[in-house]
Structures are given as structure tokens and as C-alpha cells.
Design a protein around this ligand. Structure first.
Ligand SMILES: NC(=O)c1ccc[n+]([C@@H]2O[C@H](COP(=O)([O-])OP(=O)(O)OC[C@H]3O[C@@H](n4cnc5c(N)ncnc54)[C@H](OP(=O)(O)O)[C@@H]3O)[C@@H](O)[C@H]2O)c1
Length: 288
């Protein structure tokens, strides 16, 4: 198959590119940077610089069978329009060029009326892709050498005190990036339902996850149990002052909205068994 991955330089996009290439597919990609990551050079058949919401050459989608939409912009200015209109534009351009199948990674943060931009954007776009009879995958927190998980690790290692919001007593769905790749491979070879919930059946509490991450990375931070109001205010002030910080206020709002998980895992149905948390952490933390 000819597969085009947007956001190919990112965490999930780059893993998918390598995995699907190893399974005999021809991989093309686009991302915001001028060039593809060096480690993707042996894997990519073609690369295009692509910005959500900006002009592009629709010809890049010619002869593509599957378009996987991994690009997401966290740039706050016009964030909703950039992501929603930009992603739809790529969908329509792909469809006009004959792309039959699209895969959209949504999130368990996607909820009607979500107060976070992220949850709002993901909900809008998952509805759009489902209406267009395309595939939607919903990964939990993806564990591996990138994405929000790497940003969480950076915070654990950089700060002596970490606020444990609401005591960390809420469940988080998790999955390794390898299991996400195997799931996408299976979905592509035998598409069934329109939506797949990609996370382990057993949820872990945020407190347990952070404690395990701390133990395995030998971080020395202390956890301080606090209500979510204070870190939220702190992050919003940083964002207003345009001071960069690895975690965004939207992620925190989404976290609070996620405390009742409305979906059940599709991993068993796909015949995929993920590794236990400890093993995933062992392999991913060695990258940091
Ligand atoms: N990681 C998770 O735990 C998780 C869980 C559920 C769903 N998801 C979803 O899965 C997708 C991929 O996530 P990820 O963890 O791989 O994220 P990531 O590592 O942050 O990758 C995002 C990609 O989007 C590209 N990008 C950023 N701004 C852009 C813009 N304005 N125009 C075009 N491309 C832009 C980046 O390009 P450059 O690198 O070239 O700058 C990057 O390659 C996202 O939609 C995310 O919401 C992730």
C-alpha cells in the first residue's frame, strides 16, 4: 500500500512510518519542518513540508491509498481553525486525488462541549471523519520515546517538586507506541468497525504511573498533593506571558474531563497483547 502520514516527524507518525515500512508498504510523509527526521530518510519514499491551514500542493496525495492524519498544532493562535479546517482541507484534497481510506487519531479527551481546545478539536474532527465513513483510532496515553509521555518525563526530571493533581487518584488509559503500530497494521489489513479504542484493558492510576516513572528514571522529585486549580492558574499565566513549558493548560483541563472513560478497549478484538507497564517503561525510559 502507498501510505501518506502527516506529522510524520512526530512521535506516533515516525513510529508508524518505520513499522508500516517494515511490513512492506511504501511510505510518504509530511510535517511542519523543512525536512524529514534523519532516522526516517531510509523509510520515506517522499517528504513534503506541510502546515495545517496553509497552501499546499494537492498532488502530493496522488496514488496514495491511505492517509494517516498525525499532525496536530499546539500553536495557540487560531488553534481551532488551524487544526479543524486544516485537517479537513487535507482530507478533501486526498479524497479528490483518489485516497480511499483515512485514519484519524482522536483522543479519549474528545468530548462534546469539552472546555479544552484539544478535546473540542478532537471531538469535532472525529465526528467529521466518522461522518465521512473513515476510520477513527482512539489511543490512550501513548508510552514510548516521545509525545506527551516524553514531556511528562522531562517535567519529572527537571523539577524538585511535582504537583500531584487531586492526589493523582484517577485512572489513565495507557498503550505502548509499538502496540499502536501493530493495531494500525491490523486495522489496515482487515478494516472492521469505524472506531478502535487503543488502550490496555487495565487502567492505571496517574499516581501509580508517575511513581513508576519516577522509580525507573531515578528522578528525585517529591510529589505534592494539591487541587488542580493552582497548577492550572500557573500554566495559564505562563501561556499568557508566552513562557514555554512542556505541559499545556489544555492537557490539564482535558485530564480532569477524562475521569470517566466512556469506551472499552479494542485490543482483544484486534488480537493484540501489549507489554506490562514496567516493561514498557524500561524500554522507553532508556531513551531519555
Ligand atoms: N501521544 C499521545 O499520547 C496521543 C494520544 C492520543 C492521540 N494522540 C494524537 O496522535 C497524533 C500524533 O501525536 P504525537 O504524540 O505523535 O504528537 P507529536 O509528537 O507532537 O507530533 C505532532 C506532529 O504534528 C506536526 N505539526 C505541529 N504543528 C503543525 C502544523 N502547524 N502544521 C503541520 N504539522 C504540524 C509536527 O511536525 P514537526 O515535528 O515537523 O514540527 C509533528 O510531527 C496527534 O493528533 C495527537 O493528538 C496522541
Amino acid at each position: 500500500m502507498n501510505i501518506f502520514i502527516t506529522g510524520v516527524n512526530g512521535f506516533i507518525g515516525s513510529h508508524l512510518a518505520k513499522h508500516l515500512h517494515a511490513k512492506g508498504n511504501k511510505i510518504y510523509g509530511g510535517s511542519a519542518k523543512t525536512a524529514a527526521r534523519q532516522d526516517l530518510e531510509p523509510v520515506l519514499y517522499g517528504y513534503s513540508q506541510l502546515f495545517l491551514g496553509r497552501e499546499f500542493d494537492p498532488g502530493i496525495f496522488k496514488n496514495i491509498d491511505v492517509l494517516i492524519h498525525c499532525a496536530y498544532s499546539f500553536e495557540r493562535k487560531n488553534i481551532k481553525a488551524t487544526n479543524i479546517a486544516g485537517t479537513k482541507k487535507w482530507f478533501y484534497a486526498g479524497r479528490d486525488m483518489g485516497v480511499k481510506r483515512h485514519i484519524f487519531p482522536t483522543s479519549y479527551s474528545a468530548k462534546p462541549g469539552s472546555k479544552s481546545d484539544y478535546g473540542f478539536i478532537k471531538y469535532e474532527l472525529e465526528g467529521f471523519f466518522l461522518q465521512e465513513k473513515q476510520l477513527v483510532i482512539r489511543p490512550g496515553l501513548v508510552l514510548g520515546n516521545g509525545g506527551i509521555f516524553r514531556r511528562m518525563n522531562r517535567v519529572l526530571r527537571s523539577f524538585p517538586v511535582i504537583p500531584l493533581i487531586d492526589g493523582g487518584n484517577y485512572d489513565v488509559p495507557i498503550i505502548s507506541v509499538e502496540a499502536v503500530c501493530r493495531a494500525v497494521e491490523k486495522i489496515l489489513s482487515n478494516p472492521g468497525p469505524a472506531q478502535y479504542q487503543l488502550f490496555q484493558e487495565e487502567l492505571v492510576s496517574m499516581k501509580h504511573l508517575l511513581q513508576e516513572m519516577k522509580r525507573q528514571s531515578s528522578a528525585r522529585c517529591l510529589f505534592l498533593r494539591i487541587p488542580s486549580f493552582f497548577p492550572l492558574l500557573f500554566l495559564k499565566i505562563l501561556e499568557t506571558l508566552r513562557i514555554p513549558f512542556p505541559i499545556k493548560s489544555g492537557s490539564l483541563i482535558a485530564l480532569k474531563e477524562n475521569q470517566d472513560l466512556a469506551h472499552t478497549s479494542s485490543l482483544k478484538q484486534l488480537g493484540i497483547r501489549d507489554k506490562p507497564l514496567k516493561e514498557i517503561l524500561d524500554s522507553s525510559l532508556s531513551f531519555f
